[in-house]
Write a protein that binds this ligand. Structure first.
Ligand code: PLP
Length: 421
């Protein structure tokens, strides 16, 4: 990583101040494209917090959530392991020097050429949930170490329920274990995913309990069950519940009950959103505005803003963004009248909007909107539909954290190197 590409700052500014600074920086160069700032301190803090709260659970960052080179580079330097879904994701982390043993190919349905690539590069830990995948793996990579993914019986509310698409049920698990045994394949663990942005910490306790039952089937059938993978689903913003502290309490308790340390089972997880969602904030310029009046044309019914970033850029995840996410970069009087507002993205698609009803002060064309928490499933899903510019990313890191990251590569580094963290 070139230092020049990352702004190392002595004092950690607020996100709003970083954003304003970069808007001015762009304006001086005649640029008015959308932008986003990446707060590297936040990624490092959350990574360290995970290890403090969940000391038994090895973190395999889910690259699909945000594969930004610099974020991934920082995580590699910190010693993270990785959950990859495809050949190119595997290649990205291998190129950064990650040992193949620190990668899980956690896609239950793998393209043949991707599986061959994994084999060529000794990435042997992978998930499956079907007979066909077992047959494919037997033909192409018989020495792989397999993790059986099940779908939790009881699903709790989550933003993205993955159980419709992936995971076997308990009854299927026995059949899959038997087929694996027949084919001489090595199943070494089980995994589940409670759904992305899961709204209940109890989802982890019920799933860990169920994982124990499936584990025991594997053990009865003679497999050396070694790994429990508790997947992703942790929330990405401290303001949301369950917090990571609440999740950790329940997970640690369930692990102690169903997978005590004496069992020697390795516990891993695949968080994505948890690490990166709150590390990125976006800013988009108001390029147009329409005031919509009531029938008498006396008062404003709502305000439609057209901004230069949208559904196809930073906000593929965003539907009905609320006031807690969105603000102007200009200081409006706190008592200024607020209007029901619709915020449209820049393309000609009528689905390209961030919200159809948010209460905002009256903003002017040329002002910038600041939108928080855009680090998860945003840039990796963006396109340049209508050939709109994608946001330019600016990276910030405090010198304290930057030195800490550098120190992690030194053998004598200590966790207490940086008092701030
Ligand atoms: N692991 C797998 C297999 C996934 O499919 C996903 C997300 O889709 C994740 C981990 C990351 O989930 P989250 O970002 O909710 O932590």
């Amino acid at each position: 990583m070139e230092d020049s590409e990352m702004q190392i700052v002595d004092v950690r500014l607020s996100r709003e101040d970083y954003i304003k600074q970069q808007i001015d920086y762009q304006a001086e160069r005649g640029i008015d494209d959308p932008l986003a700032i990446v707060d590297i301190d936040e990624v490092v803090e959350r990574y360290r917090k995970w290890h403090k709260l969940l000391p038994r659970v090895e973190l395999f960052y889910a690259l699909k959530c945000n594969d930004d080179d610099k974020i991934v580079d920082v995580l590699v330097r910190l010693g993270s392991s990785f959950d990859c879904a495809s050949k190119d994701e595997i290649q990205q982390v291998l190129d950064l020097g990650v040992d193949p043993s620190r990668i899980i190919f956690a896609n239950p349905f793998k393209q043949n050429s991707h599986l061959s690539y994994a084999k060529e590069h000794n990435v042997d830990l992978m998930t499956f949930d079907s007979e066909e995948e077992l047959i494919k793996i037997k033909m192409m990579y018989g020495s792989a170490r397999l993790i059986l993914r099940f779908k939790p019986k009881q699903m709790y509310e989550a933003m993205y329920d993955l159980s419709k698409k992936f995971g076997c049920v308990l009854e299927e698990a026995r059949r899959l274990f038997l087929l694996a045994k027949n084919k001489g394949l090595d199943v070494i663990g089980v995994s589940f995913h409670v759904g992305s942005n899961c709204l209940s910490a109890d989802a982890f306790s019920t799933s860990i309990k169920e994982a124990r039952e499936i584990f025991d089937i594997g053990i009865q059938l003679g497999f050396s069950m070694e790994i429990l993978d508790i997947g992703g689903g942790y929330r990405g913003r401290d303001v949301d519940r369950p917090t990571i502290e609440e999740n950790a309490d329940i997970i640690n308790h369930s692990l102690d009950k169903y997978f005590p340390t004496t069992d020697g089972v390795k516990i891993i997880a695949e968080p994505g959103r948890y690490l990166v969602e709150s590390a990125v904030s976006a800013a988009a310029k108001i390029i147009g505005r329409k005031l919509v009046y009531d029938n008498d044309e006396h008062s404003i019914e709502n305000v439609m803003y057209y901004i230069n970033d949208g559904l196809y850029g930073s906000f593929s995840w965003a539907r009905e963004v609320t006031e807690t996410f969105i603000a102007s970069t200009v200081n409006h009087n706190a008592n200024a009248e607020k209007y029901s507002s619709i915020v449209w993205g820049p393309t000609c698609d009528s689905l390209d909007y961030l919200t159809t009803d948010v209460s905002l002060p009256l903003m002017e064309v040329g002002e910038w909107m600041y939108i928080k928490y855009t680090g998860a499933y945003a840039f990796c899903l963006s396109t340049n539909f209508n050939k709109m510019p994608r946001p330019k990313l600016y990276y910030f890191c405090s010198s304290c954290t930057w030195n800490l990251i550098a120190d992690f590569t030194r053998a004598d580094s200590s966790d207490d190197d940086c008092a701030k963290l």
